[in-house]
Design a protein. Sequence first.
Length: 299
Amino acid sequence: MVQYFTNIYESVKSSLVGMSVTFGHLFTKSVTLQYPKEKMEMPELARLKLDYDWEDCTGCNKCVRACPVDCIIIETVKATKGDDVGKTKNDTQKKLWVTKYVIDYSECMYCGLCTYPCPEECIYMTPEYEYSEYDRGNLIVSFSKLSAGEIVEKERLLEKEKAENEALRAAKAAEKAKAKMETKATVSETDESLLIQDYVAKALAGDEEIVKNIEDRVLRSKVKKALFKAKRMGAAAEVPKSAEVSQAEASTSDDAKIMRLVEKGLAGEMDAINAIEDRVFRSKVKKALMKAKRERGQK
Ligand code: SF4
Ligand code: SF4
């Protein structure tokens, strides 16, 4: 009997304790949010959705390279000369048209790695989380600064500019090659002229055999012609003037130089001999001149 009443007491007591807890919560603030009427406030740095400001994108591709799951795709077309793509908010001149910028949200794992290397800070994480879709294809978003027709036109202009630049480069290279050939031809003409002068000087000094021994028929004929002319004009006209001596005479032998200067001395042009800076060489020339004068009976 006692046990019977004890059980009734315990049941009523336990019900009252439970009811007191429930009753106590009637006067406290509720934690349940009535979504979607009520929304939870996200932390300031929450990474929930990637966003992109395509007006500032330079198309540098740094975000693409940083993404570990390849969920960003960028396509660009280089701006042609005089084509103004505009500037970013950081005052960076854009040089590429961003023709396609794709983000696949179904692949994105919200790591935020793509946001750090962006020099224009135009790709960033936001606390937005309400972008679920029934179709996964709707989670792929695409931006473009140009219409399909404009992209085709930009590509055409770029190809045209490339072809023009290529043609210009080829023309410049051809011009350079031509100038090089002309220089080479001028140099070889100068060399031949010096060689002829050298043969003429040696022949005038009495070594006429040297002319006969020239194997190149064309050269031999030229030397003979120059020798004939030099003899007719008294040899002096073929000898370079003293002011121009250094370059021409540098490549001929000392004997030939001495002979030419002696010829000048005999013709009364002593300035060429007196202008020789090398004292030893000047003395040799003067000695040869005196000898030549003695042989010709001049004083
Ligand atoms: S947040 Fe991570 S996964 Fe998503 S696009 Fe950026 S780098 Fe790729
Ligand atoms: S890193 Fe920034 S500027 Fe470069 S392509 Fe990506 S979003 Fe554009």
